[in-house]
Design a protein around this ligand. Structure first.
Ligand SMILES: Cc1cc2nc3c(=O)[nH]c(=O)nc-3n(C[C@H](O)[C@H](O)[C@H](O)COP(=O)(O)O)c2cc1C
Ligand code: SF4
Length: 659
């Protein structure tokens, strides 16, 4: 009997049969070209996803009309020129037995003129609460032409051979802006009563049906709770789902939120939010309708997904970031290899944070995400030449894994007594367990790949001469910065890493110096441990480097734990009986037993120079280059190994290490 019998039973959406109950959630990647057309990079990415066994892929929110563009390199459905690219995607998905759909999208006010090319448009002239630009109110003629644009977009999808379309009526974009009293203050037939606010969507469904013909499957994604005052509530969503069913919609896909509530961390739940937080909304809608209900949101394990189906809370499971992290999630689950799944840790660093910066989407735990073509070319070194990796942090572990996949004999050397580097400190703070999961998963991969790990081993000239490797990857990390101020060497001054990694302890009252994300998390760690905590930050914002939603949740927790936050405040000296701070022109002392420094770090490099001329190939990666986020470290490690594999493919085995 299969381990997840429900997950891997076929399911129907309208007339469409899916081979299993898994869909890839729509996600803008910013991989399309500037005309909104499919690219070879995107096709390679989709091919990798389809190969992993998902039942259907819902292509990203794709703009139906140019002024509705929300992201610079988003897919478009606005022009017949997009059809050939979509056709290639459909053929490719079908080759793997996956269905392909696409989301019909218009950003409305949730975009900026810089991206959409003109003043955003909306039902009413109310700025987007997050992006802040004042939209222009749409007139009736424009509304009619937008309805036609949705219909035309659906026609193009069908002409390209796609199996279904999903109307994006969630997340506060144009359709939600009409549906919700939060954003719709119109007084004509498109505003006011519920019926009027639904008119735009009703006309879109009609136009889509007209253009695609009877029986072409149409799903609608909606926000079951907008989570803003005056916005749509779960009861409204239940009623809306019934209304959609009456209009012949084939499935509802249940998400939550809009840009006004994004920071509450439910639309794209970050690490601090529990798994499956949106299932309860799907279950509510399931009570109201008989058409299939699709649930989404941090459904990270096959066991949880199976339970949701077994409980009758939903009919289909959409996986978003989980498939960026591991496209093989479905097939590993089906083969009973759930423990081998590379877990999405919900860090949001590589994916949504980059997207909101208008950059392309990556994944912290999967360097090949969006770089499928490059990694597909990972050459196999049949000579099994030796590669030394110096440093067992995330960059070093990632480099070692990729180098091992490339056939090298990899020796991973760590000067300390454990692998993990800064992942230990990162995972120690409350709500940051994802970093420990990443460490576990990397360790597991090292083991599966047969990487030799040598702890307590410092790589130096002598060691390299002895080992004669083909390449060395320097991933020696960074060390905590200690400012040159009086008293900084006192015994009661610790670094956050010493504290979080258990090498040092704080006394009762603690001053944390440095209010970046790491400092704020250290303050939370201490407060959770019962310490009285003051957090001092030289600039004006706390955790300014954290993803938006994570930051809001973190600040809320610091507040509820009574952490005393002081911005525009610097540490100027530590004396035996006083710790002195400066804020503006004023210098004052505070009572604290321990000072914890969280002021960033400085690269520990130098090994590369020491080894120059000793090995054919040396690369430096991660914090050893400059201190950055884990997502950069993991990627750089993998890319360095990829570079070595390419060099090895060019250089036949006779190339030996210089003695
Ligand atoms: C990078 C990124 C892009 C997204 N783009 C879309 C989108 O185009 N349309 C949409 O409805 N939701 C979008 N979402 C939300 C996802 O579809 C999904 O609902 C959310 O990520 C939660 O599911 P997960 O935990 O499985 O990732 C996006 C999420 C991410 C991370
Ligand atoms: S970047 Fe982080 S949140 Fe995004 S898919 Fe990868 S692991 Fe998940």
């Amino acid at each position: 009997m299969a381990t997840y019998p429900l997950l891997f039973s076929p399911g129907r959406i309208g007339r469409l049969t899916l081979k299993n109950r898994l869909l890839m959630a729509p996600m803008v990647r910013n991989y399309a070209d500037e005309r909104g057309q499919m690219t070879s990079r995107y096709l390679a990415h989709l091919e990798r996803i389809a190969r992993g066994g998902v039942g259907a892929i819902i292509l990203e929110a794709s703009f139906v009309s140019p002024e509705g563009r929300g992201f610079r390199h988003q897919l478009g459905l606005h022009d017949d020129a997009v059809i050939p690219g979509l056709e290639q995607a459909a053929t490719m998905a079908h080759d793997y037995g996956a269905r392909l759909g696409v989301q019909l999208f218009h950003a409305g006010r949730q975009t900026t003129a810089a991206v959409s090319g003109g003043q955003p448009v909306a039902p009413s002239e109310i700025p987007c609460p997050l992006l802040g630009e004042l939209p222009r109110g749409l007139d009736r003629m424009e509304i009619h032409s937008l309805v036609r644009a949705y219909g035309d977009a659906a026609r193009r999808a069908k002409a390209a051979g796609l199996d279904f379309v999903e109307i994006h009526a969630a997340h506060g974009y144009l359709i939600t802006q009409f549906l919700s009293p939060f954003s719709n203050r119109r007084t004509d037939t498109y505003g006011g009563s519920t019926e009027n606010r639904r008119r735009f969507l009703a006309e879109i469904i009609e136009a889509v049906r007209k253009e695609t013909g009877p029986g072409f499957p149409v799903t609608v994604r909606l926000s079951a709770d907008e989570m803003v005052p005056g916005g749509m509530q779960p009861a409204d969503a239940q009623d809306l789902a019934i209304w959609l069913q009456e209009r012949g919609v084939d499935a509802v896909h249940v998400s939550v939120g809009n840009y006004g509530s994004y920071v509450r961390g439910r639309m794209i739940p970050p690490m601090a939010v529990e798994d499956g937080p949106l299932v309860k909304y799907a279950a509510l809608l399931k009570q109201a309708v008989t058409i299939p209900v699709i649930t989404v949101g941090k459904l990270r394990t096959p066991a949880l997904a199976e339970t949701v189906l077994a409980n009758g809370q939903a009919d289909f499971i959409a996986l978003g970031r989980e498939l960026l992290a591991d496209p093989d999630w479905p097939q590993k689950a089906e083969q009973g290899l759930a423990d081998e799944i590379h877990r999405c840790i919900a860090c949001n660093q590589g994916c949504i944070s980059r997207l909101f910066e208008q950059r392309d989407v990556w994944c912290t735990v999967n360097a090949a995400c969006g770089r499928e073509r490059e990694f597909a070319g990972l050459a196999h070194d049949d000579e099994h030449r030796k590669v030394l990796v110096a440093g067992g942090g995330p960059a070093g572990m990632s480099a070692a894994c990729t180098a091992a996949r490339a056939g090298f004999k990899v020796v991973l050397c760590e000067a300390g007594d454990a692998l993990g580097g800064q992942l230990h400190a990162a995972g120690a703070a409350p709500h940051r367990g994802g970093w420990s999961e990443l460490l576990q998963d990397l360790r597991h991969q090292l083991k599966l790949l047969g990487v030799e790990v040598r702890l307590g081993t410092r790589v130096d000239k002598k060691f390299v001469k002895q080992e004669q490797p083909y390449g060395v990857i320097v991933a020696t990390g960074a060390e905590a910065l200690r400012p040159a101020i009086p008293g900084i060497g006192s015994l009661n001054v610790l670094t956050a890493r010493d504290l979080l990694e258990g090498r040092a302890r704080a006394f009762c009252s603690v001053l944390v110096v440095g209010g970046g994300c790491a400092g704020a998390q250290t303050a939370e760690f201490l407060a959770a441990g019962g310490h009285a905590v003051t957090l001092a930050e030289a600039e004006g914002d706390i955790a300014a480097d954290a993803p938006l939603d994570d930051r809001t949740l973190l600040l809320g927790r610091l507040k509820s734990q009574g952490v005393n936050i002081m911005t525009h405040t610097r540490l100027i000296s530590v004396e035996q009986d006083a710790i002195n701070l400066q804020s503006g022109g004023e210098i004052f002392g505070i009572a604290a037993d321990t000072v914890v420094l969280c002021l960033g770090s400085r690269p520990k490099h130098g090994l590369e120079v020491e080894l120059m001329g000793l090995v054919p190939h040396i690369a430096t990666v991660g914090d050893a280059v400059s201190a950055r986020r884990a997502t950069d470290a993991v990627l750089e490690g993998a890319l360095a190994a990829l570079g070595l594999s390419r060099a090895a493919a060019r250089e036949p085995a006779a190339v030996k290490a210089a003695s």
